[in-house]
Design a protein around this ligand. Structure first.
Ligand code: TMP
Length: 205
C-alpha cells in the first residue's frame, strides 16, 4: 500500500500549493476534492458554481459524498493498492468542517456519511494548514471571483476554521497543524518536518 496524505485548510490557506510540492517530491499521485475524477468535475460544477444558487445543506453533503465515493473507488484506492503514494487536496475533513460543523449538519452524521462514501478508507496523515484570517482573505482577494462556497460569508469561514481546530485536537494521531504563514518555501519546510516526524518511512522519498 502507498502512503495516503491529505491536506486540509480554509480558503487561501495555501494547501493546494503545498499538496503539489509534496506530490512532486514523492512522485505521488496528486488529486483533489471535489472534482478529482471526470464525474467529479460535473459534481464540482454543481457544488461550486455561483449559478447553482441556494443548495440544501444535506444535498450539498450528499453531492460531496458522491464525489468522494467515486474518487476513492476509481482513483485513490486503486493507486494505493498499486503501491503509489497519494496526496489529496481536501478529503473527509472538509466535509466534517464545512457541512458537519459550519452548515450545522452534525459532525457525527457527516462522519457516518463519509465512512459510507470512502468504504472506510482513512488517510495516514492529515496536514491542516492554518493561516490568520487576514492572510487568507488577502490571498483569496488576489485569486479573483469567489466560488459559491468562498462567497458563503465571514462567519461561515470563521466556523470552518474553528471546526478544523476541533477536528485536529480530537485526532492528534492522524492530524497535524502546520503554520501556513510565510513564504511557500517556509511552509514547505514545516510540512516536510511534520511528514518526516509522522511518516518516517517517507523520509528519503
Ligand atoms: P477548493 O478546490 O478551492 O479547495 O474548493 C473546494 C470548496 O469545496 C471549498 O470551499 C471547500 C468545499 N468543500 C466542502 O465544503 N466539503 C467537502 O467535502 C470538500 C471536499 C470541499
Amino acid at each position: 500500500m502507498g502512503r495516503f496524505v491529505v491536506f486540509e485548510g480554509g480558503e487561501g490557506s495555501g494547501k493546494s500549493t503545498q499538496a503539489r510540492r509534496l506530490a512532486d517530491r514523492w512522485g505521488a499521485l496528486l488529486t483533489f476534492e471535489p472534482g478529482g475524477t471526470e464525474v467529479g468535475q460535473q459534481l464540482r460544477q454543481i457544488l461550486l458554481s455561483p449559478e447553482t444558487g441556494d443548495l440544501d445543506a444535506r444535498a450539498e453533503a450528499l453531492l460531496m459524498a458522491a464525489d468522494r465515493a467515486h474518487h476513492v473507488a476509481t482513483k485513490i484506492r486503486p493507486a494505493l493498492n498499486r503501491g503509489n503514494d497519494v496526496v489529496c487536496d481536501r478529503f473527509v475533513g472538509s466535509s466534517l468542517a464545512y457541512q458537519g460543523y459550519a452548515r450545522d449538519l452534525g459532525i457525527d452524521e457527516v462522519q457516518a456519511l463519509s465512512t459510507f462514501a470512502t468504504d472506510g478508507l482513512v488517510p495516514d496523515l492529515v496536514l491542516l494548514l492554518v493561516v490568520p484570517p487576514d492572510v487568507a482573505s488577502s490571498r483569496l482577494a488576489a485569486a479573483g471571483k469567489p466560488d459559491r462556497l468562498e462567497a458563503a460569508g465571514e462567519e461561515f469561514h470563521r466556523r470552518v476554521a474553528e471546526a478544523y481546530l476541533i477536528l485536529a485536537a480530537h485526532d492528534t494521531d492522524r492530524w497535524v497543524i502546520v503554520d501556513g504563514s510565510g513564504t511557500v518555501d517556509e511552509v514547505e519546510a514545516r510540512v516536510l518536518d511534520a511528514v518526516e516526524a509522522r511518516l518516517p518511512s517517507g523520509a528519503g522519498a
